[in-house]
Write a protein that binds this ligand. Structure first.
Ligand SMILES: *[C@@H]1O[C@H](CO)[C@@H](O)[C@H](O)[C@H]1NC(C)=O
Ligand SMILES: *[C@@H]1O[C@H](CO)[C@@H](O)[C@H](O)[C@H]1NC(C)=O
Ligand SMILES: *[C@@H]1O[C@H](CO)[C@@H](O)[C@H](O)[C@H]1NC(C)=O
Length: 333
């Protein structure tokens, strides 16, 4: 039975094999792309039609073959159907072009590029595996090779959930914008801490000496700004992809544009298709009750949403990361 299914699957044209050999060098292939926007029902009713062109959002989604792949991409595609001026770059960690994926992407009507960007074999033996890196590098290369120098780049994984307001917020990114990502790590959130409209540090339960301890879904980059760093790239180093990428574009703290009401609300969630217990974050009640920084309102919101709990006596101790070092929260607030 399974053998028959297997033969049916691989004998049809579901998978176009790629013949070129793969080396340690990045090796990615554009499987299919489409630039026209076929979402007529959308444009006929959307207020954006009459205004001057909006900057395009290049929404990069790394994906890989697994049980949940099509379910996740269906859900994400139906979110993106609401977003005007968006080009979806779907990069699949697979050494062939999955034609069912093209069929699915075509149905949404969203302009897209489908890339096959298999991870070079050598990295598959790494622990942890640097998943998604070959995909995102391929997308960055596609942006460069196609001379895309205006618009906004955003890395949105297929297992995230997006509030539609995120897209209008990131579209105005001048250099690099940042915002909280819900359900990350032991704090159940990863976010910049904002005081008087400026980023003063980071709240992330895995600081790991990172200069930029943020999640992949927690920032957006303007393409003109990206083009200033022609060598910008993402390393095959699990856990440090965001940090090294943001270092490679020469980011400075003063350049960060906080979004999502000065980082006090969640517009993107790292949902993942699995269940976790909610976190207990140990934090001084003075910080929690204060509105001096974005952290008090944000953590109160997460408590109200039932995402995490706050305690002054138990749980994971809260700290702040700044300049690659961690400190007690009280030292910076
Ligand atoms: C990349 O490919 C080129 C040409 O095939 C080869 O000369 C070079 O050694 C490769 N780079 C690495 C790091 O393997
Ligand atoms: C962010 O904070 C700054 C400084 O307090 C304020 O001027 C600005 O209006 C705030 N932005 C939003 C969207 O709340
Ligand atoms: C990019 O890398 C090349 C080769 O390593 C180097 O010569 C060049 O100066 C770099 N450019 C920038 C803007 O860093």
């Amino acid at each position: 039975m399974w053998l028959i299914l297997f033969l049916l699957y691989f004998s049809g044209d579901m998978v176009k094999p790629i013949t070129s050999s793969l080396s340690i060098n990045d090796s990615a292939f554009v499987c299919n792309e489409k630039f026209e926007d076929n979402r007529q029902y959308f444009y006929s009713s959307h207020p954006y039609t009459s205004v001057s062109p909006l900057p395009t959002i290049y929404f990069v989604t790394p994906t890989y073959p697994r049980r949940e792949q099509i379910a996740e991409l269906t859900r994400l595609g139906q979110t993106l159907m609401h977003i005007p001026n968006l080009h979806w770059i779907v990069a699949d960690d697979f050494d062939g072009c999955n034609t069912f994926l093209d069929y699915l992407l075509n149905k949404f009507g969203i302009p897209y590029t489908h890339i096959a960007s298999p991870m070079p074999d050598i990295y598959r033996s790494f622990a942890p595996i640097p998943r998604g890196v070959a995909n995102r590098r391929a997308a960055i290369n596609w942006i460069r090779n196609n001379g895309k120098k205006s618009g906004v780049l955003y890395f949105g994984d297929d297992d995230n959930a997006f509030d539609l307001r995120l897209f209008s917020e990131i579209r105005s990114t001048q250099r690099v914008s940042m915002f909280p990502v819900g359900l990350i790590g032991l704090y159940a959130v990863s976010t910049p801490i904002v005081k008087q409209g400026k980023v003063i540090g980071f709240f992330d339960s895995w600081p790991a000496n990172r200069l930029w301890p943020v999640d992949m879904a927690g920032f957006a980059v303007n393409l003109e700004y990206l083009a200033l760093s022609p060598n910008a790239t993402m390393p095959y180093r699990a856990g440090y992809e965001e940090d090294e990428f943001l270092k490679s574009i020469g980011l400075q703290m003063a350049h960060i544009e906080p979004k999502a009401s000065n980082c006090s609300e969640i517009l993107v969630w790292h949902t993942q298709t699995k269940k976790e217990k909610s976190a207990v974050v140990r934090i001084d009640s003075k910080i929690l009750e204060s509105d001096q920084t974005s952290l008090g309102p944000l953590l109160r919101e997460l408590e109200a949403l039932g995402v995490s709990h706050i305690s002054s006596s138990s749980g994971i101790k809260a700290h702040v990361s700044k300049n690659g070092k961690t400190k007690p929260l009280s030292s910076v607030l």
